[in-house]
Design a protein around this ligand. Structure first.
Ligand SMILES: NC(=O)c1ccc[n+]([C@@H]2O[C@H](COP(=O)([O-])OP(=O)(O)OC[C@H]3O[C@@H](n4cnc5c(N)ncnc54)[C@H](OP(=O)(O)O)[C@@H]3O)[C@@H](O)[C@H]2O)c1
Length: 248
């Protein structure tokens, strides 16, 4: 699908990977609806940057833990920007949890934000009845486990299955694909030194960048013949077990 002239909704577009992807979409002349939860100043900065480059940008605030707010986000985006052709489900909770101590509450909140909300957005975008494309952000560790983020990785597994189910359910009008990043940005509490320390364990012996993730996302959004796929943007990490590179 040609990105120029299309409108994209990107969740969590104010910071980190979401910010880079929002700007990359604008660089390809797509209009962008930037969703944020708490990062209002950062979201406004991204929108200003898009407008400085001659593009169109709008902001929408929502807590995607709320079924109601997730359920109305596409409608609100359409009211602001017109039809939504492209969806990037980028938002994620990433709190530590282990099987020893994880609670039902933690599992449910990760499922709500990381799996249910992306699905609700896909369903609402598909309901417009126009040609659309969605990309879900997964995690290379869905090929294995993340023992230190148990509730998180469970929810990403669910989103992975939903990617394939939605690809079938909403064809031919919509493509639904996924990008599974690996070692790209440092996790909370770590800096770039962490990336340098760990990247030697990856087959390609380097870490990725937000540009690598954005490029894969834009590739999938623009394809009219790829659906239900996952691109691993991870330096080959998925070819080995996650335990080989995630233990610091
Ligand atoms: N970074 C990596 O190297 C990496 C590796 C593997 C997978 N991924 C995946 O790639 C995606 C982006 O990663 P990231 O590290 O850039 O993400 P992040 O910084 O951890 O989170 C992105 C945004 O999610 C939003 N968010 C969290 N809870 C929310 C809620 N209840 N409702 C609405 N928004 C909420 C926050 O928005 P506000 O700031 O506005 O509150 C936050 O800025 C995620 O899906 C992640 O799992 C990333």
């Amino acid at each position: 699908m040609e990105l120029q002239g299309r409108t994209a909704l990107i969740t969590g577009g104010a910071r980190r990977l979401g910010r880079r992807t929002a700007l990359a979409l604008a660089e390809r002349n797509a209009s962008v609806v930037i969703h944020y939860r708490t990062s209002d100043v950062a979201a406004e900065e991204v929108a200003d940057e898009v407008r400085r480059q001659g593009g169109r940008a709008w902001l929408v605030q929502a807590d995607l833990a709320s079924e109601e707010e997730a359920g109305s986000l596409v409608e609100r985006s359409i009211a602001l920007a017109g039809p939504v052709h492209l969806l990037v489900n980028n938002v994620s909770l990433f709190d530590p949890s282990t099987l020893d101590t994880v609670t039902l509450d933690e599992v449910q909140s990760n499922m709500a934000v990381n799996a249910w909300a992306p699905f609700a957005l896909i369903r609402a975008v598909a309901a417009q009845g126009i040609e659309t494309a969605a990309v879900n952000l997964l995690d290379t560790r869905i090929r294995d486990y993340d023992w230190n983020h148990a509730a998180y990785i469970l929810s990403k597994h669910v989103l992975s299955v939903l990617t394939r189910m939605c690809a079938l359910k909403y064809a031919p009008g919509m493509t639904v694909n996924a990008v599974a990043p690996g070692l790209v940005l440092p996790p909370p509490g770590e800096d770039d030194a962490y990336l340098e320390r760990v990247c030697g364990r990856l087959p390609l012996r380097r870490h990725g960048s937000a540009d690598d993730v954005a490029a894969a996302t834009l590739f999938l959004l623009s394809s009219r013949f790829i659906t239900g796929q996952t691109i691993y943007v991870d330096g080959g990490a998925h070819l080995r077990g996650a335990n080989e590179w995630t233990t610091s």
